[in-house]
Design a binder for this molecule. Sequence first.
Ligand SMILES: Cc1cc2nc3c(=O)[nH]c(=O)nc-3n(C[C@H](O)[C@H](O)[C@H](O)COP(=O)(O)O)c2cc1C
Length: 224
Amino acid sequence: MSTVTDPVAPRAVIDPATTPRGAIDHLLNSSVAPRPIAWVSTCGATGVANVANVAPHSYCMIVSSDPPIIAFSSSGAKDTLANIRATGEFVYNQVSDALAAAMNLSSADVPLGTSEFDWAGLTPTPSAVVGAPRVGESPAALECRLRDIQEFGHGPSYLIIGDVAHIAVAPDLFVDGILDNTRTRPVGRLARTQYTHSRTFFDLERPIYRALLGAGVRSKRHGR
Ligand SMILES: Cc1cc2nc3c(=O)[nH]c(=O)nc-3n(C[C@H](O)[C@H](O)[C@H](O)COP(=O)(O)O)c2cc1C
């Protein structure tokens, strides 16, 4: 690490090429934060792997809303990845504030053949269009069909991309076309063991340049 002079403020500079992987992991996790948590439920195709599985993944994102596509990343080959490879399906479940402890419990390295649903006291609930169950207690479930898996790096890590085929949300929390997150209060992940509650909320209207100019608003930097 070194420090450089910057026109705005000093910067600590970290070179990913020469920094240990673990340190980069923590730095990425604290810089790209807070992250939503994809609580991914799956089931296997056969045998003991057929038990319902659920595991949190905070390396996740919406890829596209038209068509609806989401993605998450598995750091290494885990049961979730194996199940998705076997079935081509998974469900994203939202982690509401009330489910934070159960979500964390479900991340334990329980042996294959033991369901994280049982372990974490969750209810595997039949999905509408995929075989993988959803988390009954979660306020929102996105049922997905596998679109692609891409492999990266030495870990390796796997980016799992899915088409959202069905959306089911708690009807009392479905207000004006959106999930009322002031009540679900989704949990965010930061670095190491740190999480954040969604506690306070605020709105910002998207600025429209011409309208602001017409109202006499000037650029903060250039004053015009
Ligand atoms: C909040 C949280 C976020 C996590 N995010 C990820 C992630 O993005 N990718 C990953 O591979 N593991 C992640 N993990 C760890 C997995 O949940 C854990 O390895 C789990 O045992 C995997 O389960 P599986 O083997 O049944 O797939 C996370 C754990 C927690 C508690």
